[in-house]
Design a protein around this ligand. Structure first.
Ligand code: SF4
Length: 218
């Protein structure tokens, strides 16, 4: 089964400022607040947040990660913000508006992260609650434990579907638009549902600012 959804803009100023280490003690704190307020108003014109997921028989799991070798199915997921927000980020840096450039980039990362969490809620409902599959934690291609080549593996799974989302891939296996995430879950009716999406203990994203948020959930 395959499903495509529009996802809401989920953004929290406090969370963003924490990620960017912006505190009221900074001399230019007011500048950051004003920049945030200005960017917040522009966001609806800069992002179109879409997600897709597909429950599919497990043919590539072993190649992606040894933990995924034995589940009967995989759930392939893609989330994207579209290209406009990255274009705007590039434009800000070209104009030497570095505060806006850095902040819009951090906003995009947070939007993408939160959109993937929103998609997880839908995946749980459709795959687990309605169809009875337990899910593993999330497995994302990266530079360390899961080859970045699998960004293409994930995209290719959707080739035969009416994806209607303009996502391409470069020769270096980077998604285009840049602010796109691809990842998989193992799925099996014999698997106990853990409800854990992010398991930071096994994630190689050592610089992830969200790591501390999930400390208590694992
Ligand atoms: S470090 Fe944790 S929160 Fe960040 S991406 Fe990895 S699993 Fe998710």
């Amino acid at each position: 089964m395959f499903e495509k959804v529009q996802l809401p803009i989920s953004l929290n100023q406090q969370q963003l400022f924490q990620n960017m280490k912006i505190t009221p003690e900074l001399n230019n704190y007011d500048v950051f607040v004003k920049t945030y307020e200005s960017l917040w108003k522009k966001l609806p014109n800069l992002v179109q947040i879409e997600g897709v997921f597909k429950l599919w028989k497990n043919t590539f799991g072993k190649e992606i990660h040894e933990d995924l070798a034995h589940t009967s199915h995989l759930v392939y997921c893609l989330v994207t913000l579209g290209k406009d927000i990255s274009d705007q980020c590039t434009a800000y840096f070209a104009e030497r508006d570095y505060v806006s450039g850095m902040m819009i980039d951090s906003i995009a990362d947070l939007l993408l992260f939160n959109a993937s969490n929103n998609l997880y809620t839908l995946v749980c409902k459709e795959i687990s609650e309605k169809r009875g599959y337990g899910l593993t934690r999330r497995y994302s291609p990266d530079d360390r434990t899961i080859s970045i080549v699998h960004q293409k593996t994930i995209l290719d799974v959707f080739k035969e579907d009416d994806l209607s989302i303009d996502i391409g891939i470069t020769e270096g296996y980077m998604y285009n638009p840049l602010k796109t995430l691809g990842y998989v879950y193992g799925a099996d009716r014999d698997l106990q549902m853990t409800g854990v999406d992010h398991d930071c203990r096994y994630c190689s994203n050592i610089n992830c600012e969200m790591r501390k948020s999930f400390k208590k959930s694992v």
